[in-house]
Design a protein around this ligand. Structure first.
Ligand code: FPP
Length: 250
C-alpha cells in the first residue's frame, strides 16, 4: 500500500486548471452546462479534499479573460453557477473556516457576483489556516499589464525606485502580492498547456497533468498528484548536489 507523503512533501499551495467539463458532458450526450454543473460539485469536494490532505492554499482557475468569448449562453450559465455557488457556500466557508480570496479583474464581473465575493471575503478574512483562491476573469498577461501600470504609477508618485529592478518589489503589484507561489500546478483532462494561468508565479512550480476530466476528479486523484509532487526534486536553479545536506566537520 502506498503511504501518504510526509508533511514536508505536501505542497503548501496547489493551483488547478479545471478542464474537461465540456467533454464530460459530450461523452454523456448532455449539454455543456451539465458538465459545468458537475464541475461545481468537484470544486466543492476538492476544496475540502485539499485541506484534508494538508494543503494550505488552493487556487482554482474558474474563469479566464478569454472565456468571455465563449457562446453567450454558456457565459451566462457559468455566471449563474458561480452566483449559486457563492450564495450556497458562504455558510460552509464560515462554518469550516475557509478564507476566500480572488485574483483577476473581478471589477469586470457582474455586479451581483462582485457583491457576493465582497461579502464572502469580508466574512472569512479572519481565517488563516486554509485559503481558497478563485481566479475570476483572470489572465496572466492582463495581470502583468495591470502590475506594470500600478508599478509605473508608484514610481511616478515616488513610492518605488525605477532602478530597483527586483522581482521582490515588482511582484507586490501582482494580484497575488501577499500569496506564496504555487508549488504544484495540476491540469485535468489530458491537455498539457498552461493557458495564461499564473505564468510568473509558477516559475518554479511542479506540473502534474492528469487525463481525468474535471467532473470526475476525486480526492484520490488529488492525492496521486501530491504523491507525484513528493517524488520530485525541486532545484530552484541549483544543482542536485547543492541541495544535499553536506557533512559538516566537527
Ligand atoms: C473548463 O472546461 C472549465 C471552465 C472553463 C470553467 C470551470 C468552471 C467551473 C468548474 C464551474 C464554475 C466554477 C466555480 C468556482 C463555481 P471546458 O468547458 O473547457 O471543457 P472542455 O475543454 O472539455 O470543453
Amino acid at each position: 500500500m502506498s503511504q501518504a507523503p510526509a508533511p514536508a512533501h505536501i505542497p503548501h499551495h496547489v493551483a488547478i486548471i479545471m478542464d474537461g467539463n465540456g467533454r464530460w458532458a459530450k461523452q454523456r450526450g448532455l449539454p455543456r452546462i451539465e458538465g459545468h454543473r458537475r464541475g461545481v460539485e468537484t470544486v466543492r469536494t476538492t476544496t475540502f479534499a485539499a485541506r484534508d490532505l494538508g494543503v494550505k492554499m488552493l487556487t482554482l482557475y474558474a474563469f479566464s479573460v478569454e472565456n468571455w468569448k465563449r457562446p453567450q449562453d454558456e457565459v451566462g450559465a457559468l455566471m449563474g453557477l458561480l452566483e449559486y455557488y457563492l450564495k450556497k457556500e458562504l455558510e460552509t466557508f464560515v462554518r469550516d473556516r475557509v478564507r476566500l480570496r480572488t485574483i483577476g479583474r473581478t471589477e469586470e464581473m457582474p455586479a451581483s457576483i462582485q457583491k457576493l465575493l465582497r461579502a464572502t471575503m469580508e466574512e472569512t478574512k479572519q481565517f488563516t489556516d486554509y485559503t481558497l483562491v478563485l481566479a475570476l476573469n483572470y489572465g496572466a498577461r492582463s495581470e502583468i499589464v495591470d502590475a506594470a501600470r500600478a508599478y509605473a504609477s508608484a514610481v511616478a508618485a515616488g513610492k518605488e525606485k525605477l532602478n530597483d529592478g527586483s522581482w521582490q518589489s515588482f511582484s507586490r503589484y501582482l494580484y497575488t502580492a501577499d500569496m506564496p507561489d504555487p508549488d504544484l500546478v495540476i491540469r485535468t483532462s489530458g491537455e498539457t498547456r498552461i493557458s495564461n494561468f499564473l505564468l510568473m508565479q509558477a516559475a518554479y512550480a511542479e506540473f502534474v497533468f492528469t487525463p481525468v476530466l474535471w467532473p470526475d476528479f476525486t480526492k484520490a486523484d488529488l492525492a496521486a498528484a501530491i504523491a507525484e509532487f513528493a517524488k520530485r526534486e525541486r532545484r530552484f536553479g541549483l544543482t542536485s548536489e547543492q541541495l544535499k545536506p553536506t557533512a559538516t566537520s566537527k
